[in-house]
Write a protein that binds this ligand. Structure first.
Ligand SMILES: *Cc1c(COP(=O)(O)O)cnc(C)c1O
Length: 413
């Protein structure tokens, strides 16, 4: 009897306390489905639909071609040389040097490779470690532009902060500066920018960046910037917000090799900024992954030192792909918002009966043999209606695949 009640009590404890605590955190971060299982992301659902129907997958943003041969060869060579054990916690010294050289070469930024930069498991870990390190209390707020990359809201919730959003609206997806000023306050711990922007393809105007810096100074907030598409801007050279007057001392700049070198599976990212903030991020990062990608780190150092022709070519090639995709979408009857940077084109499907883009995207694989993602996947629940007709298409695929997708779309509508 006593034993039974002990067991009963124990199972109740495990059922209610431990899973309960986990559930609260995960539910707060939007990671749980209503039935309590791990919520499948729209990306997994749409990739499964692509596999089931043989549709062309323009949903998740990963290239279908390898990046530069020198970079791939350098990784093979590093494995052969025995670079297969834990690298140093901050990253291999050569990659830290290469990141510092890259920031000086392209932007004139001064980064001390020994104190002001660390290598991370992709931009995703850099971002999560930064939020976990810098959020002090549940009253801290993180201001982001909405729609936002899907990991932002989850990481802010896991860090225990409050997410405040400033909307980006078609056609140009630039934020309203008064709205931005009204959203940032003394409670704002971090203003989180993604430029060039996923999913909208916006490159933020200089006035927007300047206003972010002004507000961060005024309210003593930290700027965190996700620049994974820094080499995939189509309207001119990328401007890191850290290059604006007064910004560098309060900015953590995050980037990654995945998009630039078509190596999204390698997960080599980095974050640089003032030494004190980098130390704070490192204290968290060392207990998330500790280190990663030992043989990929020297390979990315090779990539970052490639000639200007590679970087210019990567942007031009992707811009051309967006044109092919955009033309197909327009011919099919979508309203297309031509992107200024990044992997994605956003289009309005309302004229094609796609006023509910989520439903439209669920039907699209069967109807047109193409997979895309509704923009509502990047929006908080309360704001979904504002983006209901918008669809995101990935352009980072081979030209013949994009042409085939365009043909399918035109003949289906
Ligand atoms: C792809 C992407 C990331 C993730 O980068 P990883 O290096 O793969 O972690 C982060 N932010 C944005 C905006 C992205 O599009």
């Amino acid at each position: 009897m006593a034993k039974m009640s002990f067991t009963y009590g124990l199972s109740l404890f495990f059922m209610s306390v431990i899973p309960g605590a986990w559930r609260r955190t995960a539910a707060g971060a939007g990671l749980l489905a209503p039935d309590g299982s791990v919520a499948p992301t729209i990306f997994a659902e749409m990739s499964a639909a692509a596999a089931r129907t043989g549709a062309i997958n323009l949903g998740q943003g990963f290239p279908d071609e390898d990046g530069p041969a020198e970079v791939l060869a350098a990784a093979r060579e590093a494995i052969s040389r025995g670079m297969n054990q834990y690298p140093p916690g901050r990253g291999t010294p050569d990659l830290l040097d290469a990141i510092s050289e890259h920031q000086r070469r392209f932007y004139g930024l001064d980064v001390d490779p020994s104190r002001e930069v660390i290598v991370t498991a992709g931009a995703t870990e850099a971002l999560t470690a930064t939020l976990l390190a810098l959020i002090d209390s549940a009253d801290d707020e993180v201001v982001v532009f909405e729609p936002y990359y899907d990991s932002y809201a989850a990481a802010v919730a896991l860090a225990g902060a409050r997410l405040r959003t400033v909307p980006l609206r078609a056609p140009d997806f630039q934020p309203d500066l008064e709205r931005l000023a009204a959203t940032v306050s003394d409670r704002t711990r971090i203003i989180l920018i993604n430029d060039p922007h996923n999913p909208t393809g916006a490159v933020f105007d200089r006035e927007v960046l300047a206003e972010v810096v002004r507000l961060a100074e005024l309210h003593d907030a930290i700027i965190v910037t996700d620049e994974v598409y820094e080499h995939l801007a189509f309207t001119g050279p990328h401007t890191p917000i850290a290059t604006l007057p007064g910004a560098a001392e309060r900015t953590l700049t995050i980037s990654s090799a995945g998009k630039t070198f078509s190596a999204t599976g390698w997960k080599i990212g980095w974050v640089h900024g003032p030494a004190e903030l980098i130390t704070a991020v490192l204290t968290v990062k060392q207990y998330l992954t500790y280190v990663n990608g030992s043989p990929f780190q020297p390979a990315i150092a090779v990539g970052l030192r490639l000639g200007d022709d590679f970087f210019a070519g990567a942007a031009a090639t992707l811009a051309h792909k967006h044109e092919i995709l955009g033309e197909g979408l327009r011919d099919a009857g979508f309203t297309v918002f031509a992107p200024q940077g990044g992997y994605f084109t956003v289009a309005d499907a309302s004229a094609l009966g796609g006023a509910d883009a989520a439903e439209f995207c669920r039907a699209l694989p069967e109807r047109a043999g193409v997979v895309a993602i509704p923009l509502t996947a990047f929006v908080s629940e309360a704001h979904r209606a504002d983006y209901a007709g918008l669809v995101r298409f990935a352009a980072c695929k081979r030209v013949e695949i994009l042409e085939e997708a365009a043909t399918r779309l035109v003949s289906s509508f």
